[in-house]
Design a protein around this ligand. Structure first.
Ligand code: WT7
Length: 653
């Protein structure tokens, strides 16, 4: 992607940090200088934001790359840091979690409540025979017990493996097997899209599979109260039977900084899922620091809300460990943004006075599609920082977010990171950075990121290539669980001595970083590398388009031809001539080479359960092939709808 074409999309809009925020920001520009002058010293300082039972004297051990050790001689307990220390500091009455169930039930847990609940759950795990180092699988909806269960595991040193509640019994079984879990924590069900959806049957099914025999107990939270729940005596136990009768005091033991905290499987599109291993001290240091810096959290007055599911890394780092380590008050919401109505999120922002919101571009684009009038009905004036994560955010969606949700006051921070990086790596800082719609811009203080070409040479400003991380960071994955070689091969072999993230990126004229999507999503058209993200952003910048997904389909003349699938905005009809207008619009924005050959209006796009567009399936459609594996889709019927539209959608060339 070294040609000028990688730098086609022109974005001239700039937004300065609000003066009031900048004047009182947690982190100012000096942090970059300090970290640059002494990167390890900088991280050692951030580690001291935590409470250690033995303060580390070592910072980084990189004597055996790519296997890093951070703060290796330090000892701490992650749950103590997230809960007890806030109570000991006199903040026990501060709300930790405002829980909002999908049916409208709600619960408030203070830090003192959380301390009792986590202690009881930790005592219950010990009674069930869980020992430090044993793995515990967690398969739960978004309810307070999920956070409690994770912290209870951390408290007793049992690495958790949270499996997203939307995954099937097979997917759960594969993760239980790989991690060799001893206990599964689940619920009878959860509420989703207006109804109760069962979870326990998937656990029962998973535990019939070979390799899951080591699971001794299934601890079941009662959430939906289904009566016909199946029960295996001796194995299954109710949470309320076992946890509620425990003493609400538990003395946390401290663990080595490198003690495993959790395993989280990446739902990769190919191959066996990878168990990404995170350890305790470095992970907690970086998630706490980045949450403090990127969201400018003031724990006494802010209300933070990360809308992700706890089943993804975003939920681990920015619902559980980062915010709670910082003593934040946060919202936990069980359901979907459109249940029972499309203003549900904004209603929650108003109800709890949310000040800091962290959401995914897919949800922002859905809101754009539903119409500006919906958020306009709610009082969103409490908001002061808006975050984005999970995919590139198209400049139009970024501007819409700032305007219609943030009232044109709030900085938007586009945060780039991965399950593997554990915490935020590239992001503007709300009190420092002049933001640019669509760009994650700058590496965090203490993080070294750059863009390289095929030969690992750093590209000049104005060029594109591959995103790499050039120095180890505290919350980096330590390995792929049980497979060190795969860790080396996947991340450390493409560019000698550098971490290859798998994402295409470019540096603009100012040296700011723009993420261009997974490298597999870059198209080759008549000898030019064109990023799907840029064509999608150009399409979304047209007033009629709410969402777009672009793929390169094999083409005899041009190697690949650009095929676009678009969702039109609420009021935009599939007007005669609209696809031609859209093609012309892309050509005007990016140049004629990027003009899509085909544009197909569709009702929905195929998305993974974490909201990422599955371009691989769209490529199958565009090339008129049999569809590949659809099992990780949220809704596989979307593909039938798309295919049904095909015949009338021939190329307009
Ligand atoms: C991949 C990691 C980070 C937590 C949620 C996803 C993409 C993530 C951005 C962003 C452009 C982004 C990348 C990355 N991605 N954030 N701000 N801009 N792309 O975690 O499931 O491990 O996915 O998500 O492609 O590699 P994940």
């Amino acid at each position: 992607m070294s040609e000028a074409i990688a730098n086609m999309l022109k974005e001239e809009r700039r937004f300065a940090p609000p003066a009031g925020l900048a004047a009182h920001a947690n982190v100012d520009a000096a942090a970059y200088e300090q970290a640059k002058a002494d990167r390890l010293g900088f991280w050692a300082t951030q580690a001291r934001r935590l409470s250690w039972s033995k303060e580390p004297t070592e910072t980084l051990d990189w004597s055996n790359p790519p296997f890093a050790k951070w703060f290796a001689d330090g000892k701490l307990n992650a749950a103590y840091n997230c809960v007890d220390r806030h109570v000991e500091a006199g903040n026990g009455e501060r709300v930790a979690i405002h829980f909002e169930g999908e049916p409208g039930d709600s619960r408030t847990l203070t830090y003192a409540d959380l301390q009792k609940e986590v202690s009881r759950a930790a005592n219950a795990l010990l009674e069930l025979g869980v020992k430090a180092g044993d793995r515990v699988a967690i398969y739960l909806p978004m309810i307070p017990e999920t956070v409690v269960a994770m912290l209870a595991c951390a408290r007793v040193g049992a690495p958790h493996s949270v499996v997203f509640g939307g995954f099937s019994g097979d997917a759960l079984a594969a993760r239980i097997q790989d991690a060799d879990a001893r206990v599964v924590i689940t619920a009878d069900g959860g509420y989703r899209k207006g109804g109760a959806s069962a979870l326990k049957p998937a656990v029962d099914e998973a535990l019939t599979k070979p390799g899951t025999e080591e699971v001794r107990n299934v601890l079941v939270v009662r959430r939906t109260g289904q009566e016909d729940i199946s029960w295996t005596e001796g194995r299954d136990v109710w949470w309320h039977d076992v946890v509620d009768r425990q003493p609400d005091e538990h003395t946390p033991q401290s663990f080595d900084a490198e003690h495993p905290l959790f395993i989280l499987y990446t739902s990769g599109t190919t191959g066996k899922p990878k168990g990404i291993l995170h350890t305790t001290g470095g992970y907690l240091t970086q998630v706490a620091y980045t949450h403090h810096a990127v969201f400018d959290l003031k724990p006494e007055s802010d209300v933070f809300w990360c809308t992700a599911d706890v089943g993804w890394v975003t939920g681990h780092s920015y619902i559980v460990y980062g915010p709670l380590a910082n003593g934040a008050t946060e919202v936990l919401y069980e359901g979907t943004p459109d249940t029972p109505h499309k203003g549900r999120w904004w209603e929650i922002v108003e109800k709890y006075g949310v000040t800091l919101l962290y959401a995914a571009p897919t949800a922002i684009r859905a809101s754009m599609k539903w119409g500006d009038d919906i958020p306009a009905k709610f009082d969103l004036s409490s908001l002061r920082v808006l975050g984005s994560v999970g995919e590139p955010i198209n400049p139009e969606a970024w501007v819409w977010y700032r305007h219609h949700i943030g009232g044109n006051r709030t900085p938007v921070v586009d945060t780039w990171w991965q399950t593997e990086t554990g915490g935020i790596m590239i992001s503007p800082l709300p009190g420092v950075t002049e933001t640019k719609p669509g760009s994650a811009q700058v590496a965090m203080p203490g993080i070294s990121a750059t863009v390289v070409d095929d030969e690992a040479n750093e590209v000049p400003n104005g060029s594109g290539g591959y995103l790499v991380l050039t120095e180890p960071w505290p919350s980096m994955l330590r390995t792929v669980w049980g497979d060190d070689q795969r860790f080396i091969d996947t991340y450390w072999s493409r560019f000698e001595g550098r971490y290859f993230a798998g994402d295409g990126a470019k540096k603009d004229e100012d040296g700011d970083i723009w993420l261009l999507g997974r490298v597999d999503d870059v198209m080759l058209v008549s000898g030019h590398n064109i990023s799907t993200t840029e064509v999608e952003s150009a399409l979304v910048s047209h007033p009629s388009v709410a969402e777009a997904a672009v793929v390169g389909a094999t083409d005899p003349q041009t190697t690949q031809a650009i095929c676009a699938f678009v969702i039109l905005r609420g009021d935009a009809a599939e007007a005669e001539g609209l696809t031609e207008e859209l093609r012309a619009h892309v050509a005007k924005q990016l140049g004629p080479i990027a003009k899509p050959k085909q544009i197909l209006p569709v009702a929905e796009l195929p998305k993974t359960r974490s909201g990422k567009i599955m371009r691989r399936l769209l490529r199958d459609v565009a090339e008129q092939r049999t569809l590949g594996d659809v099992s990780t889709l949220t809704d596989a019927s979307v593909m039938d709808l798309i295919q049904a539209k095909l015949p009338g959608a021939a190329s307009e060339d």
